[in-house]
Ligand binder design. Structure first.
Ligand code: SIN
Length: 521
């Protein structure tokens, strides 16, 4: 099947949805596709902490200096200035006034701003610890009302470009342009071509390339890998941010314990009850995330234990009861037999956010014509070498809007003739169905390799080992891919290995420890 749209958005998190809503409002035919059966299954949905917004006692200059300090000055100054000028106000203009989201308020009815590491002001609005699911659900409803089309269970395979795919030999000599995307209808097992004047990558990050992660399993670096194969610039790939506190539990995996627990008094402890963060930083439990992650990792390595502890019960400073302020964490932990109002929470650091990605400018444009990237898959340079907490939802919101504005001001259609010159996706001639266990085995191997050799504390030797192991997996996976019946799992595996190689290559190129890239000499 062949489809024609003004814009295709790949990914249904906050950035993709915001972009689609603004595109639709500008009168474009837009479709949002996700590889998941449920639209909400995105990183946005799992965000707990909150979103940066403006407060009376804050200033653009203070926010700017916090972003630059967290990012070790590696930030793109144009992106930072754009963000501080237009970002915080957009939370109120769009999320509150247009979409109708009510963030948590104090008993006096004032917005309840919370604190997270490396912020010099309480400037983060939240909805209890359900900020992500509240925003995601509200945006899905709003997009549906606006008439955005949705396709679930569609896995993007590759970007279609004139240089790579056209049967017209003249297209090789022209500037490279993205003309659409090939995607798999997961349920029918059929591939389809989506042609569009603009493709917006909004596929999220790479957390699931690591053994411990706060991200859902869908975070396999799909967009980065697709854009890389099409020839887009990928930058800052060494900067993988680890969150210091994911729940460590035998049955509950990939569950974040928000930094806002420490913002509201919570303290990290080792198994002897020592609150160890003062040993590592004067800022204690609210030191930047990379510092805290390394400290927890160090305590784990020194003690030979698999986890450390976070105590909110003994230190909570908030006025709302813990079980209400952190209702999601409270109920999830309770299901796992931990009462956070009475006992410390077992935690481990985990891969959390990819600060690198597809290089974009402040309009969301990438280095490839017609390709835009928004949200975690993109690298606007806002975060530099390390992201300031709660900056990513606002980045997704702002760039979701700015890319939609740019696309609607520069509408372009791909002529019927050019589309007709693009063949359907080519199936391998004698495709075999592979045992899903084989695919799972390779995915697990990648995740362990990345955790052990390209994780919180890296060494050049370890990275070289990762490089050679990944080369070997990649060789085998590509062979697999070329002879396999196409499936969501095999597409993800191929994307996962390519994205892992990009991270390791980035880490090997940068021999300086900076931000969340730490090389032990
Ligand atoms: C958290 O709630 O700790 C995560 C917030 C973020 O990553 O920005």
């Amino acid at each position: 099947m062949r489809h024609y749209y003004d814009a295709v958005v790949v990914g249904s998190g906050l950035a993709g949805l915001t972009c689609a809503i603004y595109l639709k409002k500008a009168g474009l035919q837009v479709v949002v596709m996700t590889k998941e059966p449920k639209l909400y299954e995105t990183n946005t949905y799992y965000a707990q902490g909150g979103i940066i917004a403006s407060t009376d006692n804050d200033s653009a200059e203070l926010l700017r200096s916090d972003l630059l300090r967290a990012g070790s000055g590696y930030n793109n100054l144009a992106a930072v200035d754009f963000f501080i000028k237009h970002g915080p106000a957009l939370v109120f203009e769009f999320l509150v006034d247009e979409v109708g989201i009510q963030f948590s308020r104090s008993e006096e009815g004032k917005l309840d701003y919370t604190e997270e590491a490396a912020h010099s002001r309480r400037r983060i609005v939240h909805y209890e610890d359900h900020t992500g699911d509240k925003i995601e659900d509200s945006l899905i409803n709003h997009a549906k009302k606006a008439g955005v089309e949705f396709l679930t269970d569609y896995t993007a395979i590759d970007l279609i470009t004139n240089n790579h795919h056209s049967r017209d030999p003249q297209e090789v000599y022209r500037e490279r342009e993205v003309l659409g995307v090939y995607a798999l209808n997961n349920l029918k097992g059929e591939t389809e071509a989506f042609f569009s004047g603009h493709v917006v990558m909004a596929t999220g990050g790479t957390g699931n390339l690591y053994y411990h992660s706060t991200n859902p399993v869908s975070a396999t670096g799909d967009g980065i890998s697709m854009a890389y194969r099409a020839g887009a610039d990928i930058i800052n790939a060494e900067f993988v941010q680890f969150h210091p506190t994911a729940l460590f539990h035998k049955d509950i995996k990939k569950f974040l314990i928000s930094e806002s627990l420490r913002g509201e008094g919570g303290r990290l402890q080792n198994h002897e009850g020592l609150a160890f963060m003062q040993l590592y930083s004067e800022m204690g439990d609210l030191a930047p995330r990379d510092v805290v992650s390394r400290a927890v990792y160090d305590q784990i390595c020194r003690s030979g234990r698999e986890y450390m502890l976070l105590d909110i019960a003994g230190y909570y400073t908030g006025s709302v009861p813990i079980e209400k302020r952190f209702s999601k964490i409270y109920t999830t932990c309770l299901k796992g037999g931990i009462d956070i109002t009475k006992e410390p929470i077992p935690i481990t650091p985990a891969a959390h956010y990819f600060c690198g990605g597809i290089k974009t400018d402040i309009r969301g444009r990438t280095s490839l014509k017609n390709l835009y990237a928004v949200g975690e898959v993109s690298c606007t340079g806002l975060h530099g070498a390390n992201r300031l907490a709660s900056a990513s939802l606002l980045e997704g919101l702002l760039w979701g809007k700015s890319s939609a504005v740019d696309i609607s001001e520069n509408r372009g259609e791909i002529s019927k003739k050019r589309c007709d010159n693009i063949p359907d996706w080519e199936k391998p001639p004698h495709a075999e169905a592979f045992d899903p266990l084989l695919i799972d085995q390779d995915m697990q191997a990648i995740r362990l390799t990345m955790w052990n050799y390209a994780g919180i504390i890296r060494t050049t030797k370890g990275l070289r080992r990762a490089e050679s192991d990944l080369d070997y997996y990649a060789h085998r996976i590509m062979k697999f891919y070329k002879s396999a019946v196409i499936s969501k799992q095999i597409i993800e595996l191929r994307n996962a290995v390519v994205s892992s190689q990009l991270i390791v290559a980035g880490a090997l190129k940068n021999s300086t420890s900076v931000g969340c890239h730490y090389i032990s000499k």
